[in-house]
Structures are given as structure tokens and as C-alpha cells.
Design a binder for this molecule. Structure first.
Ligand SMILES: C[S@@+](CC[C@H](N)C(=O)[O-])C[C@H]1O[C@@H](n2cnc3c(N)ncnc32)[C@H](O)[C@@H]1O
Length: 220
């Protein structure tokens, strides 16, 4: 599906930071994540809490896809939050804000609506990730969604590649922590079901050799 936003327009909001500009261009051109999340949230405009938001690309793509709900992005990387705030200000988005919070140690603010956990779970210790999912599940309003993108603990070349890229991201300093673990499909479905959420799992690798899955959960 053609993306409903222009990657170059979004990337321009990250200038004069050329690293973030080129990251946005490459990421938006190659990763189905953002259109996938937009589609998952198509019929809801409930406020969205984006945990591990990075430089806040999702806020830009969602606005491009017509999502009008409030957006609150949280990350523990202070530099990314500065970049996210600057880009959102440049785009003149109303109802978009960001804060620096370490989700392994601190609680996120009270929230009711949808939540996204995109490529975050593996960077939290397993117990912390389970605890986070438990708390997040309580925030999901009827009709709202919990959207998770994660690798699943499976055998094969895709998982090897996913682990290798997470290791590389840490080594070059793009990530401030290494990956601890990857959930299995059963494990994730069980944790979500325990909190009253029914999940669908769909592969989201596109042309890329990652082991990427989009998990969309709703209250039963
Ligand atoms: C691979 S990036 C994904 C960024 C964004 N979700 C996206 O998909 O465009 C993972 C993000 O999780 C953040 N992160 C890792 N550990 C975290 C923690 N303990 N608390 C908050 N954010 C964390 C990193 O700083 C990074 O921005």
C-alpha cells in the first residue's frame, strides 16, 4: 500500500539534525511499521500513549494518516525526546507532547485510551516488560487498541538478523541499551489474555529480513 504521507516532508521536520533527517527518510521508506500502526488505529481516535517513542516518528505518520487523537510519547533517551519535541513543534502539531521517562524504573502517567509499544519490549528486562504490559493493559479503553511490534523468539535466519541489528544498534550508540530477550508468541498471548486482551499476530517484515510481528490487542 502506498503511504499516505510524504517521507521527505516528515524528515524535513528533523532538520537541521541531518542524522535524524536521514534516519527518518530511510526508516519511513523501508519499514511497514508506521502504515501498519496507522491501519490498526484507523477506527479509533482515543488518546494514544507511545511508550519508547524514540524521535517521535509515529506522531507524524499518524497525523498524515488522519489520526486526530491526542498523542503522548515517552522515551528514556533525553536526546531523542529533544529531537521529537523540536520536530513536532516544527510540524505545528496540536495535542502532541513528549516526556523523558525510564520505563524500567518509573511509572508512566495515568492514561486511558490506546497504547503503542513499538520495538521496545526487548530493551527491557523480561520481568520489567511483563510488568509494563500488565500496567499498559489496564489503560486500554473499550474500542481502543494496544499495538505491539516485536520480534518473536523463533528459530531461523530472520531472528539471527534481528538480534544482530539490535546488537549493532547498541554498538554504534543509536540504542542506549542492548536487547535482553524476545517474547514467544504464546508467552505474549498469555500475558495479554491474563489482562482481558485478545490479540492478533501478523508478520510485519515486508521486504526486510527481520523477524517482525505486529500484535494488535483489544479488550474482549
Ligand atoms: C528501536 S527504538 C523504537 C523507537 C520507536 N518506537 C519507533 O519504532 O520508531 C526503541 C526505543 O526504546 C527506547 N527505550 C529503551 N529502553 C527504554 C526504557 N527503559 N524506557 C523508555 N524507553 C526506552 C529507546 O531509547 C528507543 O528510542
Amino acid at each position: 500500500m502506498a503511504s499516505p504521507y510524504l517521507s521527505a516532508d516528515i524528515a524535513n521536520n528533523y532538520l537541521p539534525q541531518r542524522t535524524h533527517y536521514w534516519y527518518a527518510r530511510c526508516k519511513l521508506a523501508s519499514d511497514l511499521l508506521y502504515t501498519g500502526v496507522g491501519e490498526a488505529l484507523l477506527d479509533t481516535h482515543a488518546p494514544l500513549l507511545d511508550l519508547g517513542c524514540g524521535i517521535g516518528l509515529l506522531a507524524h505518520t499518524l497525523r498524515g494518516q488522519g489520526y486526530t487523537g491526542e498523542y503522548f510519547g515517552v522515551d528514556n533517551d533525553a536526546e531523542k525526546i529533544v529531537a521529537a519535541r523540536a520536530a513536532a513543534a516544527r510540524a505545528q502539531f496540536p495535542d502532541v507532547r513528549f516526556d523523558c521517562i525510564d520505563l524500567a524504573r518509573e511509572a508512566f502517567p495515568a492514561h486511558r485510551g490506546s497504547v503503542t509499544l513499538l520495538d521496545l519490549l526487548q530493551f527491557l528486562p523480561r520481568d520489567a516488560a511483563h510488568g509494563l504490559i500488565d500496567r499498559v493493559a489496564e489503560c486500554i479503553a473499550p474500542g481502543a487498541r494496544l499495538v505491539i511490534r516485536t520480534g518473536l523468539d523463533q528459530a531461523g535466519a530472520r531472528m539471527h538478523f534481528t538480534r544482530a541489528i539490535d546488537t549493532l544498534a547498541r554498538a554504534v550508540g543509536w540504542m542506549n541499551t542492548a536487547a535482553y530477550w524476545y517474547p514467544s508468541r504464546d508467552e505474549l498471548a498469555t500475558v495479554l489474555a491474563r489482562r482481558g486482551l485478545r490479540a492478533t499476530f501478523a508478520p510485519l517484515s515486508g521486504m526486510l529480513p527481520f523477524n517482525n510481528w505486529l500484535v494488535v490487542a483489544q479488550r474482549t
